[in-house]
Write a protein that binds this ligand. Sequence first.
Ligand code: SS9
Ligand code: ZN
Length: 342
Amino acid sequence: MITIFSEDHRLQDGKAELIDGKLVPCFEMPKRAEIVHARVKEVGLGPIEAPRHFGRAPIVRVHKPDFVAFLESAYDEWKSEHGDYDALPLNWLAPRMRRKLPERIDGKLGFYSFDAGTPITAGTWRAITSSANVALTAQAKVANGERAVFALCRPPGHHAGSDFYGGYCFLNNAAIAAQAFRDGGAGKVAVLDVDYHHGNGTQEIFYDRGDVFFASLHGHPAQEYPYFLGYEDERGEGEGEGCNANYPLRWGTGWDEYETALDDALATLRRFKPDALVISLGVDTFKDDPISKFKLDSPDYLKIGRKIAGLKLPTLFVMEGGYAVEEIGINAVNVLTGFEAG
Ligand code: SS9
Ligand code: ZN
């Protein structure tokens, strides 16, 4: 399997996030991608190639242009007002306040974000456009006939919506790639999100569309971030009615319960008869993940890969979360080798 990877991910190297009432070093760190990259080499998964540049057009197919322009200039605006250190938002709209874009950067950060864990740094724009290019380069290879390609994206993307960022995500790499499949002629695309957290951004982007099915297995929103989306009764709307499937799972979920939900999600996607499959590949479902509460173990990721291969679809794997840094390489690459064996 070919892997697409860029060193530019290192340009996103935030100092701190606000979590559990404390400013702590960012869990979403460059080392994550380095460990996955090293594991891809170690197991000899296949060639590792650099991304091509696709420019803004495929990005604004899923994100609003004003949001993308905000991401591009946010750090400079912040720096000229506050100085050369990471930008974090601190206030948001409460219900029935007015969604009107403020002039000052502090207000804009709150307008376009939904948490205080996602710093915008000097290198963020270059890192996130590079991450999107990694996904698009891999997508193009799958569209051109590769059975499966691994987009080793960083930063991740599945929490980013059409006009908001958060959850360490700025541009939604998986959604951008899914849309690129459609724009390249695929009639129907399925996105399966196996990250521990609900892919609220991807769901928002495709919620009213019948051409892209979104299925997600994740920590139950009653217990888990991002809390305000991801329930089972969210089934899509309008043209998209019936094209969204959520599998909220409680803290402590281990392989047996996970497998039941995964089998159901895969059967649902099979009935949709997609032409291509995008996997939002998070491995923060691991038992030792520092911010998550599922109990999957490293061999379980081989089984996930094997089951995904059973759909027999052209498949794009897009790296998302996973914060047990020492094991992230083994776990992520296990999904890929399980797929190849399946
Ligand atoms: C948990 C706080 C979670 C954001 C997590 C984003 C994961 C992206 N107490 N903070 S895959
Ligand atoms: Zn996650």
